[in-house]
Ligand binder design. Structure first.
Ligand SMILES: NC(=O)c1ccc[n+]([C@@H]2O[C@H](COP(=O)([O-])OP(=O)(O)OC[C@H]3O[C@@H](n4cnc5c(N)ncnc54)[C@H](OP(=O)(O)O)[C@@H]3O)[C@@H](O)[C@H]2O)c1
Length: 350
C-alpha cells in the first residue's frame, strides 16, 4: 500500500487520485508509449507529473519491478515522470533540431563518455533542449567544465568498475529524482594491432570498456527507467564488418549490438522502455585522430574532411528519444541510413 499523507479525508482523496492517475497512466502507456509513470500519493502542483508529497512510484508493468525514485522531495516530481514526445506522424525532413520537440517536461539523461567527441556533443544538445544531463567519464576536469557550461552534473566514473558505475548512477538519480534516458556512449578503439601482435591484456581492456562498461551501466540504470524510458547503446559499423587491426573493437562492438538486441527482447515490452543500438558513422573525434595515426585499415585512410561532425549523431540520438522513432525500437539504427537522417533532420550524405 502506498504511504498516505494526512487525515482520513485526504487519505480517501489521495486514494481516489492515485486510482484515477493510474487508470490514465495505463491508458497512455498502452496508446502513446509516453512517460506514464508517476503515481504520487497526493495531488500536487504538477498533476500530470506526480504530486507534491510522499513517494512517487513507477507504474508497474508485467514482469517489471516497481521502482520508487522520489524520496519524498517535492522537486523530484518535476522530472521524468510524465514526459511525452510530440506525436506528429509526418515529421519534416528539413525540420532540423526543433522539428520534433522531445516533450513538455524533458527527462533526465545519463551519458557515458561525455568528456569529448560524440558524448560531449550529445550532452550539449540535450541540455540545450532543456534536459538535465549527468556527464560520466574519467576526465573529471573536462566533464566539470562542460557541466558548468551547460548546467549538467559531472560524475567522474570509469565504466569498467561496476561499483563506481553504481555510485555514479545513484548520485545522478538522487540529484535529478530519476533517469529517463541512458546513453551508453563511452568507448575505446585501442588496441590497434593485428591479432598476432595484440597483447591479451590490451584486448581484455577493450572488452571491459566497450562491452562490460555498457553492461554495468544497463544493470545499474534500467531498473530506474520508467515507462517511456529510452536506452541507446552506441555501437559501430565495425560490429558487423571485420577490419584489420581492430579485432578487439570489432568483437566488443559486435557483443554490444547483440547485448542491445537481447535487452530489447527482455526488457522493452516488459518495462515499456525503448532500446536502440546506434551506429554513428565515421565521426570527427579524437577516436579518428588515433585511427588516422595508426592507419590499420581503410577507415584510417579517410581524410578528416570526409568525417561527419559529432553534432549529427547527437541529433539522431535526440530523434531516437522522441516518440517519432518508436517504430525503430529494438533495432540497430545506422546514422548512414538516409531515411533515418531525413527523419532526424540531419543533412544527407553526399
Ligand atoms: N568517432 C567515430 O567515428 C565512431 C564511429 C563508430 C562508433 N563510435 C563510437 O562512438 C562512441 C564515442 O566515440 P568518440 O568518437 O566520441 O570517441 P572519443 O572522442 O575517443 O571519446 C570517447 C569517450 O569515451 C570515454 N571513455 C573511454 N574509456 C572510458 C572509461 N573506461 N570510462 C568512462 N569513459 C570512458 C572518454 O572519456 P575519458 O577518457 O575522459 O574517460 C570519452 O569521453 C564510442 O563508443 C565509439 O566506439 C565512434
Amino acid at each position: 500500500m502506498p504511504r498516505l499523507c494526512s487525515g482520513e479525508d485526504s487519505h480517501r482523496q489521495a486514494d481516489k487520485n492515485v486510482r484515477l492517475r493510474r487508470m490514465l497512466a495505463i491508458f497512455f502507456a498502452k496508446t502513446r508509449m509516453g512517460w506514464t509513470v508517476a503515481n504520487c500519493h497526493q495531488q500536487g502542483p504538477w498533476p500530470d507529473r506526480g504530486g507534491a508529497c510522499g513517494e512517487a512510484s513507477m507504474l508497474k508493468s508485467p514482469g517489471s519491478r516497481e521502482v520508487s525514485i522520489c524520496g519524498g522531495r517535492p522537486e523530484r516530481h518535476r522530472y521524468g515522470l510524465s514526459c511525452r514526445g510530440t506525436t506528429s506522424s509526418n515529421p519534416s525532413p528539413s525540420s532540423g533540431e526543433s522539428g520534433y520537440s522531445m516533450a513538455e517536461h524533458p527527462a533526465p539523461v545519463l551519458i557515458t563518455g561525455a568528456s569529448r567527441g560524440i558524448g560531449e556533443a550529445t550532452a550539449r544538445l540535450f541540455a540545450r533542449k532543456g534536459h538535465r544531463v549527468a556527464l560520466l567519464a574519467r576526465s573529471a576536469a573536462a566533464i566539470r567544465s562542460l557541466a558548468d557550461e551547460i548546467g549538467g552534473l559531472a560524475v567522474p566514473c570509469d565504466v569498467t568498475d561496476e561499483m563506481v558505475v553504481r555510485q555514479a548512477v545513484r548520485k545522478s538519480v538522487a540529484e535529478f529524482g530519476g533517469i529517463g534516458i541512458v546513453i551508453n556512449n563511452a568507448g575505446t578503439l585501442e588496441p590497434a594491432a593485428r591479432i598476432l601482435d595484440t597483447k591479451p591484456s590490451d584486448w581484455t581492456r577493450n572488452i571491459e570498456v566497450n562491452l562490460f562498461g555498457p553492461l554495468y551501466v544497463l544493470r545499474q540504470t534500467v531498473p530506474f527507467l520508467p515507462k517511456g524510458g529510452v536506452v541507446i547503446n552506441v555501437s559501430s559499423g565495425a560490429a558487423a564488418n571485420p577490419l584489420v587491426g581492430w579485432s578487439a573493437y570489432c568483437a566488443s562492438k559486435a557483443g554490444l549490438s547483440m547485448l542491445t538486441r537481447v535487452l530489447a527482447i527482455e526488457e522493452s515490452d516488459a518495462r515499456g522502455i525503448r532500446v536502440y543500438g546506434f551506429l554513428p558513422g565515421v565521426v570527427d573525434t579524437e577516436m579518428q585522430v588515433f585511427n588516422r595515426a595508426n592507419r590499420m585499415n581503410e577507415v584510417g585512410d579517410l581524410k578528416r574532411e570526409a568525417l561527419r561532425p559529432p553534432t549529427e549523431p547527437a541529433q539522431i540520438m535526440y530523434f531516437l528519444c522522441t516518440l517519432q522513432a518508436a517504430d525503430l525500437n529494438g533495432q540497430i539504427v545506422n546514422a548512414r541510413d538516409g531515411a533515418v537522417r531525413a527523419r532526424a533532420g540531419v543533412p544527407m550524405l553526399g
